[in-house]
Design a protein around this ligand. Structure first.
Ligand code: ATP
Ligand code: MG
Ligand code: MG
Length: 554
């Protein structure tokens, strides 16, 4: 494999190691909030953190950042674990910020005692006004100099559920004039009389992200805490909170920021994805049109393709938008090597070979994957009546039409050369049958002279009496716009593609009767397809995963 240059976080780690940081103290974490399913953006962070773990033989924790009971659920915890495992990553420990609620509370008390935190009892509007603006310093509020004793009593009351939501908050006492707005006495705790998916009704107060995250990193002794660029301004606060508790015999976590993944023709905020699910615009989080890991899996994506994609896009500090066709390219590359080739006809028209015995059945040998010798061969039945794609026939061939037409020859894949002779039409003029003759010496692989003949093209087909009916789900992009959530005055829902799912009845070759959910195939000349979880024996359902070529090149 080719030598890759180090990305900026690897460079930082190399420098840390060179200046004496012990390698066995390297520790990373992937910290999802269990308020939705993982999406392809998360995959970038997963590949980064777990990639560092593999590279430096260091532990990577899975930390559920579950400090907001309003939006978090066990369903999401389970889905996140399943997706991570499917991607092929193993975490060292499964940890929860909520397990640190007592420790975080105790540290908050220490901070109150040290004059570093106070209870504010104003409305959120008044607090916001006092905070000022980026160009105008804030002012101290009336509760800023409350006594330690009063702060402790109120904080305990908050914890015990004595006060309604919104009546008090705990704030860090930092600097209302800081040039960094986040340092102007940020909130540490708010009152929420909510059931938490793990701690139940034990707590009436919940810590804010900025307070909980860095302290959790410290508890877990994470050395490199990696997040996305929108947290750059939070780093100062992250460090301030660490300063309040740090013991210099321990590893001090550092926050580093990288550019998030942005992909065109989709949205990635969990709030928006949840909206698509709740409003039934898609069929659940794992709808094959969703950018979620579970949606991509159901669509037919492979872990390899996703990991390769993350590898190619790399890790940098500059935001950009990645074209979704790069993701599709990575998928095609992988499936081309691994997906068995089969024949399926999605828009069938009947072909009758008039000089082929009507009761004869031949089993033709077909190669499963020319890219993979070990994939071997299978047998495909051939008979006098077949289906081909309706679009593969025209009575009169225009120039460069390399398919079947009257008076012209094509090869049937793995079979014989046929020649168009006549058509049968219904009352509306629609073709119902194409009558052809075949060259009985031209069978593929027979070694005969006729088998070597060059003809205009090769068509896929399925023997009519052996054909297995299947439901085929064809997907298009979910949005008609490259950046559906970036238009001022418009909502991303204004850009939904109303034709993103088309369901057709097609026919597949009989080797597919016994497929299992998740099995992947190349339907020759059509693209890659996989077996949907709705598929059953006797009622097959396939998803179109991706075409053979970039749709924009065609
Ligand atoms: P959302 O805005 O969709 O809710 P989030 O960042 O709040 O996303 P988390 O569950 O907190 O979601 O994310 C877990 C980790 O994944 C974080 O470290 C976050 O930085 C990272 N992450 C989330 N989205 C992306 C993205 N598009 N690209 C790279 N990393 C991401
Ligand atoms: Mg988050
Ligand atoms: Mg979020």
């Amino acid at each position: 494999t080719e030598e890759k240059s180090l990305h900026f976080i690897e460079q930082i780690i190399e420098e840390n190691l060179a200046s004496g940081f012990p390698q066995d103290q390297l520790r990373f974490r992937f910290p999802p909030e269990p308020n939705g399913y993982l999406h392809i953006g998360h995959a970038k962070s997963i590949c980064l953190n777990f990639g560092l773990g593999l590279k430096y033989n260091a532990p990577v924790n899975l930390r559920f950042d579950d400090t907001n009971p309003a939006k978090e659920e066990q369903e999401y915890v389970d889905a996140i674990k399943e997706d991570l495992q499917w991607l092929g990553f193993n975490w060292s420990e499964e940890l929860y910020s909520s397990d640190y609620f007592q420790q975080l509370y105790d540290w908050a008390i220490t901070m109150i005692k040290n004059g570093k935190a106070y209870i504010d009892s104003q409305s959120s509007e008044d607090m916001a006004t006092q905070k000022g603006t980026p160009t105008q310093a804030g002012i101290d509020g009336p509760y800023r100099n409350r006594s330690v004793a009063e702060n402790l009593t109120l904080f305990e009351g908050m914890k015990n559920g004595d006060f309604p939501e919104g009546s008090h908050v705990l704030r860090a006492k930092i600097d209302m004039k800081s040039t960094n707005m986040l340092m102007r006495d940020p909130l540490m705790y708010r009152i929420l009389h909510r059931h938490h998916h793990r701690t139940g009704n034990q707590w009436n107060i919940y810590p804010m992200y900025d307070y909980a995250h860095g302290e959790s990193d410290y508890i877990e002794q994470v050395s490199h805490s990696i997040c996305t660029l929108e947290f750059v301004m939070h780093r100062e606060l992250y460090n301030w909170f660490l300063d309040q508790i740090y013991d210099d015999s321990k590893v001090r976590p550092h926050q580093y920021e990288f550019a998030r993944l942005n992909l065109n023709y989709t949205v990635m905020s969990k709030r928006k994805l949840l909206q698509l699910v709740q409003e039934n615009i898609v069929n659940g989080w794992d709808d094959p049109r969703m950018p979620t890991i579970s949606g991509l899996r159901r669509r037919g994506y492979t872990p390899n393709a996703i990991r390769k994609f993350c590898d190619i896009i790399g890790v940098a500090k500059r935001e950009n938008v990645i074209d979704v066709s790069l993701l599709e390219f990575c998928l095609r590359e992988d499936l081309n090597k691994t997906a068995p080739r089969v024949m399926a006809v999605l828009d069938p028209v009947k072909v009758v070979i008039t000089n082929y015995p009507s009761d004869k059945i031949e089993w033709l040998e077909a190669e499963n994957n020319q890219e993979d010798e070990s994939a071997g061969f299978r047998e495909v039945p051939f008979s006098a009546e077949l289906y081909i794609e309706r679009e593969d026939f025209l009575e009169v061939a225009p120039p460069k039409f390399f398919r079947l037409s009257l008076g012209n020859e094509v090869r049937l894949k793995n079979g014989y050369i046929i020649k168009g002779e006549s058509v049968v039409k219904d009352a509306e003029g629609k073709i119902t049958e194409i009558h052809v003759t075949y060259d009985e010496d031209s069978r593929s692989g027979s070694g005969s002279e006729a088998s070597q003949r060059k003809v205009a093209g090769t068509l896929h087909w399925v023997s009519l009496k052996h054909a297995v009916e299947a439901e085929i789900r064809l997907y298009d992009r979910l949005f008609t716009d490259e950046a559906p959530d970036s238009h001022k005055g418009k909502n991303f829902l204004d850009f939904m593609n109303t034709n993103s799912l088309e369901i057709v009845k097609g026919f597949v070759e009989p080797s597919l009767v016994t497929v299992n959910s998740g099995d992947k195939f190349q339907f020759q000349r059509l693209g890659y397809f996989n077996v949907d979880k709705d598929s059953k024996e006797g009622k097959l359902v396939f998803n179109k995963t991706v075409g053979l070529k970039d749709a924009w090149e065609e």
